[in-house]
Ligand binder design. Sequence first.
Ligand SMILES: Cc1cc2nc3c(=O)[nH]c(=O)nc-3n(C[C@H](O)[C@H](O)[C@H](O)COP(=O)(O)O)c2cc1C
Length: 329
Amino acid sequence: MPISRIYLAPMEGVTTFIYRNAHAAVYGPLDKYFTPFLEPHEKRSMKTKERNEVLSQHNEGLYVVPQILTNHAEGFLELTETLQEMGYQEINLNLGCPSKTVVTRGKGAGFLASPEELEGFLDMVFKDLPGEMKLSVKTRIGMEADEEFEKLLAVYNRYPLYELIIHPRLQADYYKNTPRKEVFRYALEKSKAPLCYNGDLFTEKQIAEFEKEFPQEECVMLGRGIILNPGLPVTLRGGDLRWDEKTCREKFREFQQRLVDGYRALDIGDRNVLYKVKELWFYQSHLFEHAEKYSKKIKKAQNLETYLECVRELTDCCRIAPPGSLGKG
Ligand SMILES: Cc1cc2nc3c(=O)[nH]c(=O)nc-3n(C[C@H](O)[C@H](O)[C@H](O)COP(=O)(O)O)c2cc1C
């Protein structure tokens, strides 16, 4: 079965509501968008940056799933209630963040070190979760060793998870090594919840190989692959829906303009806007052939006008790299 559902991965600082909206406007809506993680706070329900991510007027027409990072059931339930009042019917629990500061506090992938505590957390959450609220989990497969996953999956299987999104790396892998596909295969056999695969799908070719390897999986979450090549979902639609190379470049340019306009409208100051959009070139520059000279100029641009001129120059002068050569960066 070919991939029929594509989700945009949550990426702190990258897949913001500005990014989601610009992407959907140019490349068409994806099946789901996950917000970068929100954390329950003791004194107030959300920081401004977090509230901006979930305000309904910032997500019109998009299916958005707020993601929560915590190991406290009470805080989780309170934040869930706030999100439900805002109109959300699905939330996601982050059990994958590998960063040291998060892991040492027993959150994200750090929670995977204590399956018993995780079970206690899920017991409390499911006891009080409002009936209409769906809960999905985004998880790594353990902290240190593949073998940890068996126990973790047994825990997940005890609950009516709406969806289980698996990034088959260990916390210790960070983003190194390759995804542990055999563990994903085990999950496909044993998981009670429907699965979504996430990890290292950067090109059409890699996705075709994934489809061959796992013909029973229909759903993927894409992160860096879309940041690198925002047109990837269009390519995957295939057939007549594909765009020619010139259209791809025009659409890419329109997308960059929308990102600048979107961040500018936030009144965060041009320097901050410049910083936000330049960050994307860490990935995006790999989309184009022989783009080093031009992407260097983009990174050096001191104001938004120069930045946009440099983007125009790059998209005029460099062709989009053929699919096989993408994703090497
Ligand atoms: C800069 C950055 C920020 C991320 N922020 C989050 C986050 O807030 N929540 C989360 O669950 N995963 C986060 N991730 C992980 C991604 O959602 C995804 O699991 C990871 O990039 C692997 O997928 P990919 O190979 O398609 O990029 C982040 C990854 C990166 C590179």
